[in-house]
Write a protein that binds this ligand. Structure first.
Ligand SMILES: Nc1ncnc2c1ncn2[C@@H]1O[C@H](COP(=O)(O)OP(=O)(O)OP(=O)(O)O)[C@@H](O)[C@H]1O
Length: 255
């Protein structure tokens, strides 16, 4: 499939997220350069691409951390390219980062509660109960009094996911959620993401583990030099000639 024949979702429901000709340039670096895509509610989407192809910058554009050079963003049909980054959580968008970003002089529980700092008062009122719920959900309840540095890397990543979902976002952006994990931990995170999908979380993942992306995602995008070069069903995207040449071939060559 090419971007042209799949930019519209197949059904008539409005996309949860729409990017229209989004570009983020850093001086002369065209990190993201004219990306248009639609995400439908309830699916898991993935972005594949070589190092430096613009994947994290695109997530930064969606969360408004990276100012747009041009283009438009819509969430649930409403434009939000002028909404400041600190208000994006209120729209229902949450994110984890490529490197673990937990506060080490606070407990795991406190780190999870930080995910509700910018939430509406109604959500904050039930903060402790909700934090208990999500810690149970991601399997870190028994670690809640510990400091992040006392946790394994896999458990730190789970803590980040708990912090991201504690505010019940509608869209969860995950930047390399299994980076640095062993196979067992990767499989566990894959299972966790799929079970979060059953609970209604729409997800957009950036990940270098192609096998995991094919297994977990319903739909893949591939980027190269800031542009979308393919999108479609995971098996089709990894079989795409351009994707193989720009990314998968390079991965094999680097192996
Ligand atoms: N704040 C910044 N200032 C200048 N250039 C940047 C900035 N952030 C990213 N870039 C550049 O933009 C390009 C895209 O980077 P980005 O991190 O989005 O790629 P990526 O696909 O996420 O890579 P990786 O897989 O290594 O994480 C790279 O050339 C990078 O050096």
């Amino acid at each position: 499939m090419t971007p042209d024949d799949t930019t519209k979702p197949e059904d008539a429901s409005a996309p949860l997220l729409e990017l229209d000709d989004v570009a983020v340039h850093f001086g002369g670096v065209r990190a993201v350069d004219g990306v248009s895509l639609h995400l439908r509610e309830g699916l898991i989407y993935g972005i594949l691409g070589a190092n430096g192809s613009g994947k994290s910058t695109l997530l930064g554009a969606v969360t408004r951390l990276n100012p747009l050079t041009r283009g438009h963003l819509r969430f649930d049909g409403r434009p939000y390219e002028n909404v400041p980054a600190h208000r994006v959580a209120h729209l229902g968008v949450a994110r984890t980062f490529q490197t673990v970003r937990l506060i080490d002089d606070r407990s795991v529980l406190d780190n999870v509660l930080l995910g509700l700092d910018t939430a509406d008062r109604s959500k904050r009122k039930h903060a402790r109960g909700r934090a208990d719920e999500v810690m149970e959900r991601v399997g870190i309840t028994h670690l809640q009094r510990m400091r992040p540095s006392e946790l394994s890397y896999g458990m730190q990543r789970r803590t980040e996911i708990a912090r991201a979902i504690v505010g019940t976002p509608r869209l969860l952006l995950l930047d390399e959620p299994t980076a640095g994990m062993n196979t067992e931990e990767r499989d566990e995170i894959s299972d966790l993401l799929r079970s979060l999908q059953q609970e209604g979380y729409t997800q957009l993942l950036v990940e270098h583990d192609v096998q995991m992306m094919v297994t977990v995602c319903d739909y893949l995008f591939a980027m190269n030099f800031g542009k979308l070069i393919a999108q479609g069903l995971p098996d089709d995207v990894v079989a795409d000639q351009g994707v193989r040449e720009s990314y998968l071939g390079r991965q094999a060559a680097d192996a």
